[in-house]
Design a protein around this ligand. Structure first.
Ligand SMILES: NC(=O)c1ccc[n+]([C@@H]2O[C@H](COP(=O)([O-])OP(=O)(O)OC[C@H]3O[C@@H](n4cnc5c(N)ncnc54)[C@H](O)[C@@H]3O)[C@@H](O)[C@H]2O)c1
Length: 439
C-alpha cells in the first residue's frame, strides 16, 4: 500500500456518460431519481456513495466524511445518460409504463426524461423470450453488431460531450448458459463474433463493445456475461474494470443480512424457503424457465457461501434451500418476498423465522446502479482493471478471481469496500483491532 496512491487517481474532470443497455423499470427509476436529486426535490436514499460516510483514523479523531466528499467521484450534475432498448419509448414514456414512480413525481422531471431516446438494440429472442420490440439493429453478424455498438458509443460521447464513460447492464435477464468453447480466450471469442456463434449473447456483445472502447462494464443481471474468461482477458488487456453480477436487492439483500447474523451466533439451519410474487416486465421475462434458471442459480449461491456447511456440518449440512419466483401481474413493480427460515438452537430445539418483505424492486436497485457507475468510473481513473471484487457489496453473485470463493456476507463486503476506498486514497486501513488492551 502506498501513501501516495491517491495522487495516482486521475481527477473526475468533465462529464461522465452513463451508458445503459435496457431502459426499463430500474434504469428509468435511476434517471428520474438523479434528475429529481439534481433539482433538490428528492434525496439519494439507499446510495452509499451519496449518503454513506467513512471513518478515517482512530475513533477519537472524529473524522468521518461522507464518501462523496472523500473519494473523487463524479458529481450528479455532471452525469448524462444514454440507453439502448428494443422499444422506442423515450425515458419518460418508459417510466410511465414501468409504473414505479407516481405521475406527479415524473411530471417534475418530464423534460430531461423525454430527451432520452433509446438507441436501437442488439437483441436476440433466443436469449430473451417473452418480449420483442421494433427498435433493433439491422440484420448482420455479431461482429457487425459489436461494431454498430462501438459507433453508438462514439456518437454518444461526442454528442453528450462526456469525457469518460461507464456502462451498466440493466436489460432483461437472458437465458441461462454456461461458458462454452467460444468464451475460452479472446481469440476464440473474436472468431465467434465473426461466425455469429450462437453461444455469444447480446449482453456479451455490449460488454465486448464497451471493453474494446475502454469503457468499464458492470452486469446488473444474473446471466453469463463478463464472467467469461475471454471478456476477463479483454478487460485486462484494455486496462478496464469489470464487475457483476445481479444487483443485490430485495430478498437476497435480506438473506445476506440475516444469515451472517444467525451464523455468527452458531445457530443451526435446516431450511430456508423463499418465494416471491412480482408483476413487472422483469417478472414476465423471469416467467420463462431459461431466464428463471439464471436468476435461481444466482439467488441460491449466497446462503451456501455464507453458512460454509463444510466447516459447520452439524449446523448446516442438511440445509434445504428453495427459491421460487412467481409472475403475478396485479403487483406490478411492488414485489412481495416471503421467507420461511427453519433454525435450531441449544440442544437442537427448532424455531422459525418468517419474513414478509413488501418491497419495491426498482426503488432498491436504482441507488445501486448509481453507486456502481460512480465507483467503476473511480476504479478506472485509479488504474484498477479486471474484476472489481471490492464491489461485491452490490451483487447477488459476486465475480471473483478464478479459484476464489465469493464473499456474500454484506458486512464483510462493506468493510472490504470501505477499506479499498481508504487504500485508494492513501489512508490507513481500519481492522477494528483494539490495541488499548495492551496500554
Ligand atoms: N429491480 C431489481 O431489484 C433487480 C435486482 C437484480 C437484478 N435486476 C435485473 O436488472 C435488470 C433490469 O430490471 P428491470 O426491472 O428494469 O427490467 P425491465 O424489464 O423493466 O427492463 C429491462 C429492459 O431491457 C430491455 N432489453 C432486453 N433485452 C435488451 C437488449 N438486448 N438490448 C437493449 N435492451 C434490452 C427490455 O426491453 C426492457 O425495457 C433485469 O435483468 C433484472 O433481473 C433487477
Amino acid at each position: 500500500m502506498s501513501q501516495n496512491q491517491s495522487s495516482k487517481i486521475a481527477p473526475a474532470e468533465g462529464k461522465l456518460g452513463v451508458l445503459i443497455p435496457g431502459m426499463g423499470a430500474v434504469s428509468t427509476t435511476l434517471i428520474a431519481g438523479v434528475e429529481a436529486i439534481k433539482r433538490g426535490i428528492s434525496a439519494p436514499i439507499g446510495s452509499v456513495t451519496q449518503m454513506g460516510t467513512i471513518r478515517l483514523g482512530k475513533r477519537t479523531d472524529n473524522n468521518t466524511p461522507r464518501i462523496k466528499d472523500f473519494a473523487p467521484l463524479a458529481k450528479l450534475d455532471e452525469i448524462s445518460f444514454g440507453c439502448w432498448d428494443i422499444y422506442e419509448d423515450n425515458a419518460y414514456q418508459a417510466a410511465v409504463h414501468a409504473g414505479v414512480l407516481d405521475k406527479s413525481t415524473l411530471e417534475q422531471v418530464r423534460e430531461p426524461l423525454e430527451a432520452i431516446k433509446p438507441m436501437s438494440a442488439v437483441f436476440d429472442n433466443e436469449y430473451v423470450k417473452r418480449i420483442d420490440g421494433p427498435n433493433k439493429k439491422p440484420k448482420g453478424s455479431k461482429r457487425d453488431h459489436a461494431e454498430m455498438l462501438m459507433e453508438d458509443i462514439r456518437q454518444f460521447k461526442e454528442k453528450s460531450g462526456a469525457s469518460r464513460l461507464s456502462m451498466i447492464w440493466c436489460g432483461s435477464t437472458e437465458v441461462f448458459h454456461r461458458p462454452a468453447a467460444v468464451h475460452a480466450t479472446l481469440k476464440d471469442f473474436e472468431c465467434g463474433l465473426q461466425k455469429s456463434d450462437p453461444e455469444i449473447s447480446p449482453s456479451q456483445i455490449y460488454a465486448y463493445a464497451a471493453l474494446k472502447m475502454g469503457v468499464p462494464y458492470a452486469n446488473g443481471a444474473p446471466h453469463l456475461c463478463v464472467d467469461a474468461p475471454a471478456l476477463v482477458e479483454l478487460a485486462k488487456e484494455r486496462q478496464v474494470p469489470i464487475s457483476g453480477k445481479d444487483f443485490k436487492t430485495g430478498q437476497t439483500l435480506i438473506k445476506t443480512i440475516l444469515a451472517p447474523g444467525l451464523k455468527s451466533r452458531m445457530l443451526g439451519m435446516s431450511g430456508w424457503f423463499s418465494t416471491n410474487i412480482l408483476g413487472n416486465r422483469d417478472g414476465e421475462v423471469l416467467d420463462d424457465p431459461g431466464s428463471f434458471k439464471s436468476k435461481e442459480e444466482s439467488k441460491l449461491s449466497a446462503l451456501e457461501y455464507i453458512l460454509q456447511p463444510e466447516l459447520y456440518p452439524e449446523l448446516y449440512k442438511d440445509l434445504y434451500h428453495k427459491v421460487r419466483i412467481n409472475y403475478y401481474p396485479p403487483r406490478g413493480d411492488a414485489k412481495e418476498g416471503w421467507d420461511n427460515i427453519d433454525i435450531f438452537g441449544w440442544m437442537g430445539y427448532p424455531m422459525q423465522i418468517k419474513v414478509d418483505f413488501l418491497c419495491r424492486d426498482s426503488i432498491l436497485a436504482a441507488p445501486l446502479v448509481l453507486d456502481l457507475v460512480l465507483f467503476m468510473d473511480l476504479a478506472q481513473r485509479a488504474g484498477m482493471r479486471g474484476i472489481q471484487e471490492w464491489l461485491s457489496f452490490y451483487f447477488k453473485a459476486p465475480m471473483t478471481a478464478p479459484g476464489l470463493y465469493p464473499e456474500h456476507d454484506l458486512f464483510i463486503q462493506l468493510m472490504k469496500m470501505k477499506n479499498t476506498l481508504r487504500w485508494m486514497m492513501g489512508e490507513e486501513l481500519i481492522t477494528h483491532l483494539g490495541m488499548e488492551y495492551y496500554d
